[in-house]
Design a protein around this ligand. Structure first.
Ligand code: NAI
Ligand code: MG
Length: 342
């Protein structure tokens, strides 16, 4: 029996994880849960640390991890969120952030042109380097002369492996997105790694766009894309954009993966949403769709498709939370998906 470690986290994290775990239990797979419900802001406030070495060992020892969200308004300027998220991603070397987005129903699209609405693509975001590597500093901090700098780090190994990952999950095409015309050194490296990756994956179509153009193209015709691969910060921004083309953060799921070790952490794209935490209206679909990704990763593709079909049906029948135009609570929307599955 395989173990799934669960980090509910803060805010709406535990609220959306509850229906997600009910759904997982309903699927009746041969798995057991290891819930780390102390990995949260409370623990950070009282001990100064949220994720210990022992916690990491539990996560490492499990077949997959399900995370709700972390983040607390009291801890605004502290390294708390970074400590938890980055430690998990970096310690487990989960270099590939896989963010699929599909329009589950036409009514969720903000686009006017009906023929361009059907987005069904994946953002593959490099997860361990780029602008979020933490490298940087500041000169004359606090003075009127202060200069702050954050290094945008790209390594040959990091870029090559994320490109290989993107080609390996593509169905039809890979669009490489960078800003090589302005960010010169990293851009040159991405372009070189891309040329090499194309040689390793000759059967997949491939194109290139600068990130600003990609943002516009995604809004004018998202149907043109299959897999988009890009660095950490571009991927962060573009994947919120694609979420917005398909109903918003309430339906955006993600996986953090290492193709070599098979390790995976699955989580909704959204954060802890302190503005709605405790009110019972958070959309559980992103967490439920993250469970679909998780069970698919464990080899249960049929169950994953059934979960996705049930979410699509719940949306079709307007059994949804306020962010999607409905009036259901988190629990009711979770129950609606279960009802569709039955
Ligand atoms: P957020 O994703 O928590 O919220 C952004 C907006 O979307 C809010 O208006 C929120 O109410 C809404 N929203 C998010 N998820 C929703 C859902 N399931 N149903 C309905 N509405 C939803 O991002 P924000 O406000 O920038 O960050 C809040 C905290 O979460 C911060 O501490 C941040 O650092 C942390 N965060 C954590 C992440 C993670 O755990 N992976 C990812 C992003 C942010
Ligand atoms: Mg983000």
């Amino acid at each position: 029996m395989r173990t799934i470690s669960v980090v509910p986290g803060d805010g709406i994290g535990p609220e959306v994880i509850e229906p997600a775990l009910e759904l997982l239990a309903f699927l009746g797979l041969d798995v057991k849960l290891d819930v780390l419900d102390h990995v949260n802001a409370e623990t950070y406030v009282s001990t100064g640390r949220a994720l210990t070495e022992a916690d990491l060992d539990r996560v490492r020892g499990s077949a997959a991890t399900l995370l709700g969200a972390v983040g607390d308004p009291r801890l605004g300027d502290t390294p708390y969120v970074r400590e938890v998220l980055t430690t998990l991603r970096v310690e487990l070397d989960l270099y590939a952030n896989y963010r699929p987005i599909r329009l589950w129903h036409d009514k969720l699209s903000p686009l006017r042109d009906k023929t361009k609405r059907g987005i069904d693509c994946v953002i593959v975001r490099e997860n361990t380097e780029g602008l979020y590597s933490g490298a940087g500093g500041n000169l004359s901090a606090g003075s009127s002369q202060e200069v702050a700098f954050d290094l945008d780090v790209s390594s040959y190994r990091g870029v090559s492996r994320i490109l290989d990952f993107a080609f390996s999950v593509a169905r039809t095409s890979v669009c490489v997105v960078d800003k090589a015309n302005a960010v010169r050194h990293g851009g040159t490296l991405w372009q070189r790694c891309w040329r090499e990756a194309v040689e390793r994956h000759p059967h997949i179509d491939t194109t290139h766009l600068y990130v600003d153009t990609a943002a516009m193209r995604l809004v004018t015709d998202p149907t043109a894309f299959d897999v988009i691969v890009t660095n950490n910060s571009n991927g962060d921004i573009l994947s919120d954009l694609t979420a917005g083309l398909a109903g918003g953060l309430g339906v955006a799921a993600s996986a953090n993966l290492n193709a070599a070790t098979g390790q995976g952490l699955f989580e909704p794209v959204h954060g802890s949403a302190p503005d709605i935490a405790g009110t019972g209206v958070a959309n559980p679909f992103a967490a439920v769709l993250s469970v679909a990704l998780l069970v698919e990763h464990l080899g249960h593709a049929r169950e994953a498709e059934a979960v996705r079909a049930a979410v699509a049906a719940a949306i079709e029948h307007d059994r949804v939370t306020p962010d999607l135009g409905g009036s259901l609570s988190t629990r009711q929307a979770g129950a609606a998906v279960l009802a569709e599955l039955r």
